[in-house]
Ligand binder design. Structure first.
Ligand code: GTP
Length: 322
């Protein structure tokens, strides 16, 4: 199919939701869909940590992936976001942009940033997708704020991981979500296997931006205050050598409450495959061989609150093969 031509402002999609709910999985499906229709897709990621983990995954099929620094749009990266959108629109001639919010970026702040006068000439907020999974909604801290705002602001509420269905439990999950946002379209699926054409088709009634309240911009000295209560701790651990499989498996079982999310790429000693590690609520870890176009940095990113960063960095490094 031929290439799309760019008409300003180009559509802008936000993909938000809970930590580990399947946002990147949905992103891959959206990219496949847009690519097959000749779009030049610009992807923005705001991952936590200095090294991108989701970027290399999306990079296998996206036209252009830009990483926003720092993971948390609420604090430092609003200008960075505007600048990245300008770069995608002007330099890369993207015809559609999708922003995957890390489980730590407050969607309220993201909406605020993309509806800015300067940005809205280049890109127009089209739709907000919230990816959710059936784990209890966090009660406090950044995870709570981010998940709640993702639900409240979404046009489409995608309840993912239907394969983890437990009678009663799933229904309760759905009820909690629809109570927070009775306007959004509801989808129930697993591995983000939904009909992308239908998802992207305009809903009968538009909810954006009627259920969005725009926050006023905080002054620089207020921002520091604003980040304190929910700002996550992110530890990026570079792995200079392969890991010892047995030690690493033990390590994954010993992770403390405070670590809510971890992910990364590495190899095990004596095994040729590149491995992708994922740890997500409720305390589930997966390790699976992956194929990527480019060799990613071997790192593990730990995300959470109130855990001992030095201790967990050291204990991970103790798993390096001798
Ligand atoms: N059982 C099950 N696992 C799933 C499903 N969808 C995604 N996963 C797995 O859940 C893990 C997290 O998925 P991602 O797509 O990386 O989630 P994410 O929301 O992008 O995670 P963040 O990095 O926190 O932004 C991966 O190991 C996926 O393979 C599903 O429907 N069922």
């Amino acid at each position: 199919m031929g290439c799309m031509t760019q008409t300003l402002p180009i559509p802008f999609y936000i993909l938000c939701g809970s930590l580990g709910a399947g946002k990147t999985t949905l992103l891959m499906r959206l990219l496949e869909h847009w690519n097959s229709r000749g779009h030049k897709v610009g992807v923005l990621m705001n991952e936590a940590g200095e090294v991108s983990i989701d970027g290399p995954r999306a990079g296998t099929i996206a036209e252009q992936v830009l990483n926003l620094a720092g993971g948390c749009i609420c604090c430092d990266t609003k200008d960075d976001l505007a600048w990245s959108i300008a770069q995608l629109v002007q330099d890369y001639e993207s015809t559609v942009i999708v922003l995957e919010c890390s489980g730590m970026a407050d969607p309220a702040e993201v909406v605020d940033a993309v509806t800015d006068v300067y940005v809205s000439r280049m890109a127009k907020l089209e739709r907000i997708f919230a990816m959710l999974h059936p784990v209890p909604l966090p009660e406090t801290g950044m995870a709570e704020l981010v998940t709640r705002n993702a639900i409240r602001y979404a046009d489409d509420l995608i309840l993912n991981k239907r394969d983890l269905y437990i009678p009663g439990h799933w229904e309760q999950f759905r009820e909690n979500i629809t109570r927070l946002n009775p306007y959004g379209r509801l989808w129930e699926t697993n591995h983000a296997r939904l009909d992308v054409t239908t998802l992207l088709a305009a809903p009968a009634t538009r909810t954006v931006p009627t259920n969005v309240s725009f926050g006023k911009r905080l002054a620089a000295d207020e921002r520091h205050e604003a980040r304190a209560p929910h700002h996550p701790m992110v530890t990026t651990v570079r792995l200079p050598k392969p890991l010892d499989r047995t030690k690493f498996m033990e390590w994954t079982k010993s992770l403390p409450e405070g670590i809510e999310r971890a992910k990364g790429f590495f190899r095990f000693a004596g095994e040729p495959e590149l491995q992708e590690f994922q740890f997500f609520p409720p305390r589930t870890s997966t390790i699976a061989p992956v194929m990527l176009l480019d060799e990613p940095d071997h790192v593990l990113v730990l995300i959470g609150r109130e855990y001992d960063q030095a201790l967990w960095r050291a204990s991970l490094l103790a798993c390096l093969a001798q």
